[in-house]
Design a protein around this ligand. Structure first.
Ligand SMILES: Cc1cc2nc3c(=O)[nH]c(=O)nc-3n(C[C@H](O)[C@H](O)[C@H](O)COP(=O)(O)OP(=O)(O)OC[C@H]3O[C@@H](n4cnc5c(N)ncnc54)[C@H](O)[C@@H]3O)c2cc1C
Length: 328
């Protein structure tokens, strides 16, 4: 790609800004991203502070089956996706209403078929979508004015489902739209129904598993580096630094030696994760290997899933060729 000698400034390091920056940089632009907060991600924010190994999402989480660009990006950055069922509702869902709690499918708890009542509510929601022809122009709907004068609460009042299922939809409106149903225009609920709920078929969504928080104070990663004196090191951050082959590393005949201090040297380095093993190969020879259990443990890695990259020592001039990932 020919560099374009122009700079573009992007305001905001949310998904939109970061994706634009990534695409523009690959197209040859100089890119500057300005972010007001002290972190990137915007409305996507993973919270990992309450228990080791546990991740809660404070913002965007579910990648729907039709979010093809997000799925392609996750693949490109080697982020592992796990199927999570539909974000709308799942077969194993639990609920807690009126002092009772348990699976929505458990008739013994509720005294009636709550799951079926909720399904009837979703079917009624799908019916709402028929009020809208173009979700991007809801104001052009046949009855736009009348619908906009009503609220989601008006719909919940008349929808023909059990009172506890009504409470389920009140909770849905609160959590999805972060407002009371009285504050949500019925026209907007119809618009959302058109976009997301017009079919009662539930496609599974995905969530990113693991990740390594690169660039944060919680970063967790492993690296293998070769020196021009024939030594190599395997170290990491979890987030505190840890060493896998001692403070000074170890020598291995596979590591190429430079002719002298400051002289160039070429090393081919590969880190592989296969089954339960993590191995580092230098110039085609495996110089170190570990069971995953020795790496994914307290004080070391949180996961062997995530993105890959490069780490350099200070004052090193490096030419990188052939950086990539191979999946078997
Ligand atoms: C609780 C919650 C749950 C969600 N769940 C899902 C979900 O499951 N699936 C899904 O697909 N979507 C979900 N979303 C929506 C999704 O998170 C957003 O659509 C998406 O993250 C928006 O990305 P963005 O880059 O457009 O905006 P943002 O993420 O808002 O990024 C904008 C960035 O710009 C910065 N900024 C703003 N003004 C300035 C300025 N003047 N100067 C410098 N920086 C500035 C902000 O600080 C922010 O970092 C959810 C959102 C929330 C809040």
């Amino acid at each position: 790609m020919q560099p374009i000698n122009k700079t573009v400034t992007i305001i905001g390091a949310g998904l939109a800004g970061l994706t634009a920056a990534y695409d523009l940089q690959r197209a040859g632009w100089n890119v500057v991203v300005l972010e007001a907060r002290d972190r990137v991600g915007g409305r996507v924010y993973s919270i990992r502070s309450f228990a080791r190994g546990q991740v809660a999402e404070g913002g965007g989480e579910y990648i729907d089956a039709h979010h093809t660009r997000m799925i392609a990006l996750a693949k490109e950055f080697n982020l592992k996706l796990g199927l999570s069922g539909s974000w709308q509702s799942q077969s194993g869902d639990w609920a807690c209403f009126e002092g009772k709690a348990g699976r929505v499918t458990d008739k013994a708890i509720w005294g009636f078929d709550l799951a079926e009542e909720i399904e009837r509510g979703w079917a009624a929601m799908a019916e709402l979508s028929k009020n809208i022809s173009d979700p991007y122009q809801p104001q052009t709907a046949h009855e736009a004015e009348r619908l906009d004068a009503m609220s989601a609460a008006d719909w919940i009042r008349v929808v023909d489902v059990h009172p506890i299922a009504k409470k389920y939809f009140i909770t849905h409106i609160r959590s999805e739209y972060t407002c009371e149903p009285e504050r949500l225009s019925l026209l907007d609920l119809c618009r959302n129904a058109k976009m997301y709920y017009s079919s009662t078929e539930r496609l599974p969504s995905s969530r990113v598993i693991g990740g390594n928080d690169l660039g944060t104070d919680q970063q967790s990663y492993l690296y293998c580096a070769a020196y021009g004196n024939g030594n190599f090191i395997v170290r990491g951050f979890g987030p505190a630094p840890f060493q896998m082959n001692g403070g000074r590393g170890g020598a291995n005949p596979a590591v190429n030696k430079a002719a002298g201090p400051g002289e160039p040297v070429t090393q081919e380095i590969a880190l592989s994760v296969k089954g339960d093993r993590v191995e580092c190969a230098i110039n085609g020879t495996v110089v170190a290997g570990y069971d995953k259990s020795a790496l994914v443990t307290a004080g070391k890695l949180t996961s062997t899933d995530g993105v890959y990259g490069l780490r350099f020592a200070h004052n090193t001039e490096v030419i990188v060729t052939g950086l990539g990932i191979t999946r078997n």
